[in-house]
Design a binder for this molecule. Structure first.
Ligand code: ADP
Ligand code: ZN
Length: 711
């Protein structure tokens, strides 16, 4: 069967262009080739599909893949076909003729992988066809994707999955591979039982996603601005999750106003508009999708670079699954949870509306686990993996807590002051009032209640309001203080509070010192050059993808483009060594990509001006995501000067994100004017363009225009 390949690695390179297997893949593939029944549990992005795809190509006959979602089928089949692999799907979207012609292709043996929806697999017409294939072509395996759908204990039970058992009974000799990203023991048992797997080997991969960077940001006063800034700091596609439809619409609208191409996605939209937005996201027509959790299951975009939770997720499991949609391609990606105490109260209120008490209890417990994650001072990865029953030791180096550990301080004395003030106020007030009393405020309310006469009045002047709040919250979260649930949030002492007051218990809290931005990356000319080329290759990839109406990642993964930009291959031999390039892709796209790379290399060989120090400072701030006005303010220079810097930087081919600064449609108009009038006189251009275009915009586009070799 494997005669034409020396090793599985060689087959991997031949069919998929990859250089090596991901953790676990090879063992699974060996088992699959040996014809075993398998239960494969891997986190999202682990590379499950390859585990049945490669064996399918190495065995004779057809592999049938059961997949619950039409969009996912389409996606996988597109990607396989773009690797030159015979794959197709049958589902309800096809016309009768189309279906017939696909069936024909299957019977000629050209197709190695057939994707079908579960309900189709079991209808009588298809049964006949299946019987026919199995006699003539042979079915070498049945892969059941999203196998947790068979279990009522999973998060997505589908009754039609239960009937898949019939297949096992009818074709008992065909091995079954069940695949899922859901980890619980209960679901695993269910899958084995329901699908009647025979002495299956279970491959359980770690749920650690080493390429994800986890971060939690306490929401600031203007949290939208905080979100905007975070998005500006990222490049590539991202998802922003919000709790409500209204918020989704609002944030998508605001982002667009601020120059970030974003679209909304939620269950309240017309299905057509929704799927259109999804497609535009997949194809990189827009950069950001703002969504409620309705967006997820059906999406398989491997190059999502960030997932931001603008609102608190409802459980740690859903947080894990949602943030896990970033970085499926194994490249670095970021998760930020924006967290505020106010949001918790909102969710808490929603939970209270649930009619069923036990449902309320479960929901509240799940919420508390999210709070633990957000407020936790341990490595975030450790907290997540602990939730899945995995032990992860110590410092991951890739979460905010590991990178900027918050110092733990003993605040026992402060806690005693705070709690005794709660007691003196007779446990009848909320946090704000208690802090007012501690800090000796002259507010009317304080005097009204005579609280300016209390012994605790003014004993906390040495700490700021923010510090007292931080302590108060931490006491609440650590269960050292209680509060009422009636919406007034009145502070109440509990058993542990009294232990603190009686000096039987000490209090430690993680102190959040506002750390400065860590963007002072050293400038590396080689890296900057690779980034410029990478952007050019991305543009080419988008053009090629649009011509074929497929998402860009189907053409090449981000990682392959990055390697091209770094290694700058000069001939087809070198190009084919890039991970992700197989012979089919080489033949299809090699020439186009090589020519962009060669042009770029040639342009770099020309004598070059290098940016001076002041320009470099501007570039660094720009790369940290600051807007032009912010850079001007930070540097104490005018906006006009900063634009001159950016124009010069562009001209020197430095990585300035022009599209983030000026809308492409405006760039187009200005470039046309430059074509016509030349780039020598800004004044001439300004006069030609008129009032709607500023000198600053013109400067930037002129810089860019010159960098294109138009001098
Ligand atoms: P899952 O189904 O487990 O979420 P996928 O099978 O969709 O993950 O794989 C995620 C991404 O990783 C895909 O883009 C896939 O092409 C890529 N991938 C899979 N295996 C490898 C490998 N060995 N080397 C490089 N990329 C891989
Ligand atoms: Zn960590």
């Amino acid at each position: 069967m494997m005669s034409s390949f020396n090793s599985l690695e060689a087959a991997l390179k031949h069919f998929f262009g990859y250089d090596r297997f991901r953790v676990g893949q090879k063992e699974i593939i060996e088992d699959a080739i040996a014809g075993k029944d398998l239960l494969i549990i891997m986190p999202t992005g682990g590379g499950k599909s390859l585990c049945f795809q490669l064996p399918a190509l190495l065995k004779s006959g057809l592999t049938i893949v059961v997949s619950p979602l039409i969009a996912l089928m389409q996606d996988q089949v597109d990607a396989l076909q773009d690797n030159g692999i015979g794959a197709t799907f049958l589902n309800s979207t096809l016309s009768y003729e189309e279906e017939r012609s696909r069936q024909q292709a299957i019977l000629t043996g050209k197709i190695k992988l057939l994707y079908v929806a579960p309900e189709r697999l079991l209808n009588s017409r298809f049964s006949g066809f299946l019987c026919h294939i199995s006699e003539n072509i042979g079915v070498n395996a049945i892969a059941i994707d999203e196998a947790h759908c068979v279990s009522e204990w999973g998060h997505d039970f589908r009754p039609e999955y239960r009937k898949l058992k019939q297949l096992r009974q009818q074709y008992s000799q065909i091995p079954i591979l069940a695949l899922t990203a859901t980890a619980t023991k209960r679901v695993q048992q269910d899958i084995i039982q329901q699908l009647e797997l025979r002495q299956p080997t279970t491959h359980l991969a770690s749920f650690n996603r080493p390429n994800l960077h986890y971060e939690v940001q306490p929401k600031e006063k203007n949290s939208y601005y905080q979100l905007l800034k975070a998005i500006r700091q990222e490049s590539g596609s991202g998802i922003v999750y919000c709790l409500s439809r209204r918020r989704v619409d609002e944030i998508a609208f605001k982002l667009n106003n601020d120059g970030i191409e974003a679209l909304p996605y939620h269950a309240g939209m017309e299905p057509e508009a929704r799927s259109q937005n999804q497609t535009r996201f997949l194809r990189d027509d827009i950069r950001v999708i703002v969504a409620t959790i309705a967006f997820g299951m059906g999406i398989n975009k491997p190059d999502v670079r960030f997932v931001f939770h603008y609102d608190i997720p409802k459980s740690l499991e859903s947080f894990y699954q949602e943030s896990g949609r970033a970085g499926r391609d194994g490249e670095n990606a970021k998760s930020i949870l924006f967290f505020s105490f106010g949001d918790i109260k909102k969710v808490d209120y929603l939970i209270e509306q649930k009619p069923d008490v036990s449902e309320q209890r479960i929901a509240r417990q799940q919420l508390n686990q999210v709070i633990d994650y957000a407020e936790g001072t341990d490595c975030r990865r450790t907290i997540i993996l602990r939730y899945f029953g995995e032990r992860f030791s110590g410092n991951c180096g890739k979460c905010d807590n590991c990178l900027n550990p918050k110092p733990i301080e003993d605040w026992t004395i402060e806690a005693q002051k705070f709690l005794s003030c709660v007691a003196r106020c007779r446990e009848r007030f909320g946090m704000t009032h208690v802090i007012d009393v501690l800090r000796g405020s002259r507010k009317k309310k304080v005097e009204q209640y005579g609280h300016h006469l209390l012994s605790t009045y003014g004993i906390g002047k040495d700490r700021s309001i923010a510090e007292w709040k931080m302590l108060g919250r931490s006491l609440l979260h650590q269960g050292l203080l209680g509060e009422t649930n009636d919406g007034y949030r009145i502070l109440r002492l509990n058993k542990r509070s009294w232990e603190i007051l009686k000096k039987q218990r000490s209090v430690e809290i993680a102190v959040d010192i506002k750390h400065k931005s860590t963007g002072d990356k050293a400038y590396n000319p080689r890296q900057a050059e690779a980034e410029v080329l990478y952007d050019k290759l991305k543009i080419l990839r988008k053009q090629v993808a649009d011509l074929q109406s497929v998402p860009p990642y189907v053409i090449f993964a981000d990682s392959s483009l990055k390697l091209m930009a770094q290694l700058q291959p000069q001939n087809t031999k070198q190009f084919s060594n890039i991970s992700g390039v197989n012979s089919y892709k080489l033949q299809q796209y090699g020439e186009k990509f090589l020519s962009v790379i060669q042009d770029f290399v040639r342009s770099q060989e020309l004598p070059k001006k290098l940016p001076g120090k002041s320009n470099m400072q501007t570039l660094q701030l720009h790369q940290q995501g600051l807007s032009i006005a912010e850079i001007a303010e930070a540097r104490g220079l005018t906006v006009s000067t900063i634009c001159t810097h950016l124009g010069e930087l562009l001209e020197m081919n430095q990585p300035v994100a022009l599209n983030k600064l000026i809308d492409p449609s405006i760039q187009k108009v200005i470039s046309e004017a430059i074509e016509k009038h030349g780039d020598k006189s800004l004044k001439t251009l300004k006069e030609a363009l008129g009032e709607s275009y500023s000198y600053n915009e013109i400067k930037l586009v002129v810089g860019w225009w010159r960098s294109q070799g138009n001098i």
